[in-house]
Design a protein around this ligand. Structure first.
Ligand code: FDA
Length: 407
């Protein structure tokens, strides 16, 4: 990466060369702004590289505010409307990057996430963006001259700028460079931070619960999971520590949001084990069967799970020996299996971070802090968290683009 030679003043400095930071730097550079992007990592955009199993689920065909959690739920609307999935696809088309659609409107690269990194790097080059990488930021302070609002002391020397963009992401996966720097800078300039928490993360179960399901690690099946205001239908996966799979990752964001203060989150996750049909009807039709309930359930559920689930409730009888009231209770339990997780696997396994810089202090048009002229936040560092499915990258592109047009 080329380190700026003698010049120490820039119109714009972007801290964090990830998805949002590169998008912002490229847009600002292409508008003719003199831009420096700096990052403490040695390797560029590791999170993009490992995303989507190496193929980067870079956006989704159906992006609405309902796909995001925030204490300020309408905040993301404006930026998402001004930079849509179609805009990102136009950019990819210019670089002839092949992609495909998977279920739920998720778009992935055909070849490699590296295509996206190379594209963003080229976009930065088109805007003559300067790079400082790896570069350690030692301090940020308020400057005194009009064009020099911020002074940065770094391992590459002192820089000044008129606009400072914080694009340092969330706390997920510390071993590839996640850090709380963005939150610290926000607090330094008087901006509140909504307590960060791991989200899109596997949930853990208490030991007594794990004991029941320990033989099932690796097993997956289709289910609906509900938690607070979140409701999803995808695969549920048993792990050695608890539950995972896309449906649990989605629900985990709402489980983590339970003390947001609103009614978004819940403390329990309710799982419908019969997502495709009316379980009551299904049971009534089989009520005269002499088959053990556990065996009957294997028509719809994996065998080992069906038996463990029935054993836990002592429902080991032939189905025709249950009375109507009991069948009702079974139907309720199958459509509303209630799980009370005791924790998550934390930032080491979380895909994103819930919470972040409080967007009520930012402009939804430009991402600039209302009370600190020239200070901008983009991407995951903000309190805007997308569902699984390409929504977090779409937020990085859209917020990076909005700030890139304004700085
Ligand atoms: P991002 O994390 O991309 O970049 C932040 C940058 O800031 C990094 O380069 C970091 O090194 C730098 N930085 C941090 N602290 C610093 C400091 N102190 N000094 C200097 N630099 C610093 N989303 C999605 O939509 N589709 C997907 O397929 C996936 N898949 C996925 C897989 C995995 C394993 C993870 C962990 C995450 C995903 N995500 C995802 C989420 C997605 O990667 C994430 O939301 C975006 O990368 C956020 O973009 P940002 O630019 O905000 O942060």
């Amino acid at each position: 990466m080329n380190i700026p030679a003698k010049t120490s003043h820039f119109d714009v400095i972007v801290i964090g060369a990830g998805a949002a930071g590169m998008m912002c730097a490229a847009q600002a550079g292409q508008r003719g702004r003199k831009v420096l992007i700096l990052d403490h990592a040695a390797k560029l955009a590791e999170k993009i590289r490992i995303s989507g199993g190496g193929r980067c689920n870079f956006t989704n065909l159906d992006v609405t505010v309902a796909h995001y959690l925030s204490r300020n739920p309408q905040f993301c609307r404006s930026a998402l409307a001004r930079f849509t999935p179609a805009h990102f696809l136009d950019m990819m088309a210019r670089y002839a990057i092949p992609w495909h659609e998977r279920e739920h409107g998720q778009l992935f690269c055909d070849d490699s996430a590296q295509d996206i990194i190379d594209m963003l790097r080229s976009e930065c080059e088109n805007g003559q963006v300067s790079w400082a990488m790896p570069c350690k930021l030692e301090s940020v302070s308020a400057g005194s001259a009009a064009g020099e609002r911020f002074i940065l002391d770094t391992s590459h020397g002192r820089f000044s700028c008129e606009s400072l963009v914080i694009a340092t992401g969330g706390l997920s996966i510390p071993k590839i460079g996640a850090s709380p720097l963005g939150y610290r800078i926000a607090e330094q300039f008087g901006l509140p931070v909504v307590a960060p928490k791991p989200a899109l993360v596997p949930l853990t179960l208490a030991p007594e619960e794990l004991e029941i399901y320990k033989e099932l690690a690796g097993m997956a099946f289709d289910a609906v999971a509900e938690c607070g205001a979140g409701r999803f239908r995808e695969n549920l996966l048993f792990t050695h520590r608890g539950l995972s799979g896309p449906v649990i990752l989605q629900a985990s964001s709402y489980w983590q949001a339970r003390d947001y203060g609103g009614d978004d989150g819940g403390s329990q996750v309710t799982v419908n084990l019969f997502p495709a049909e009316d379980v009551r009807q299904w049971l009534i039709e089989r009520a005269r069967s002499k088959t053990l309930l556990g065996n009957l359930l294997t028509e719809r559920l994996p065998k080992r799970f069906a038996h463990a689930w029935c054993d836990q409730r002592d429902w080991n009888k032939p189905t025709n020996q249950f009375n109507a009231k009991e069948l009702d209770a079974i139907a309720d339990a199958l459509s509303g299996w209630t799980i009370t997780p005791n924790g998550t696997l934390g930032y080491a396994k979380a895909e994103v971070t819930l919470g972040g810089v409080d967007t009520r202090e930012l402009s939804s048009k430009t991402m600039e802090a209302r009370k600190v002229a020239g200070l901008y936040f983009v991407g995951e560092v903000m309190d805007v968290t997308g569902h699984l499915g390409g929504y977090n990258f779409q937020w990085a592109w859209a917020s990076g683009h909005a700030a890139g047009q304004a700085v």
